[in-house]
Design a protein. Sequence first.
Length: 256
Amino acid sequence: MTCERLSSGSSLLHRTDPRVKLTVAFMLSVVTALLRNCPSQFMAFTGSLLVLASTGLPVGETLRRLALINFFLVLVAAIVPFTTPGTEVADIFSLHITREGLLLALSIWLKCNAIAALNLAFLATSTIFSLAHAMAHMRVPSKLVQLFFFSWRYIHVLEQEFRRIRNAAMLRGFRPGTSLHTYRHLAWMIGALLIKGYERGERVYNAMLCRGFNGTFWVLSHFHFHLRDGVITAAGILFAAAVIYVDLSCSCTLFS
């Protein structure tokens, strides 16, 4: 599946217990999101890139995934410097750019890219099934685990169904544009997709009930904690502590 193209590999993170990867990725993501100063944010960003580079993931695919996130960050960078009050540093067409707005845009960019790189390194190196299995081991509510797994499993089915609906419309002469006719047909296509998705869900659910499904996924293989998992956990904790220390040091310097 397209979501699992990066899950095959021989790096240390590829061989790490998914439970450890989920825990460390969550911890570092929360720490990164709460950082308040640019030096610590840049440190987190640099560290995440180094971790991502250590996985040996294909450069092209990795850059494409990061580019999707940065597309939305460009919109943020185009708005925040003009809308954040503070010290004016420049004018563009009577719009004021503030120093605080530039720092805020930089902070958002560093944090988002750091978190994205961390999650690519820790989560994209595992299969979706192993991540769902790890979530179940970590006592995540069963309904959330099932929602996560089925969302991944059937999003591709819905995509294929929409392509069939779109191709059928194109064969009948439909050409998208900016007219009421286009919007009406798109609404019909989306409605047909929702109906087909609901019917597919009913069929899948009934098929699972016929096979004895009672709300629990039973697995035959289980994870085992190894030395490398302890090393990854310790390294993640030490890096989080170092980033927090730098952030607090910068805050103390500002207020002193």
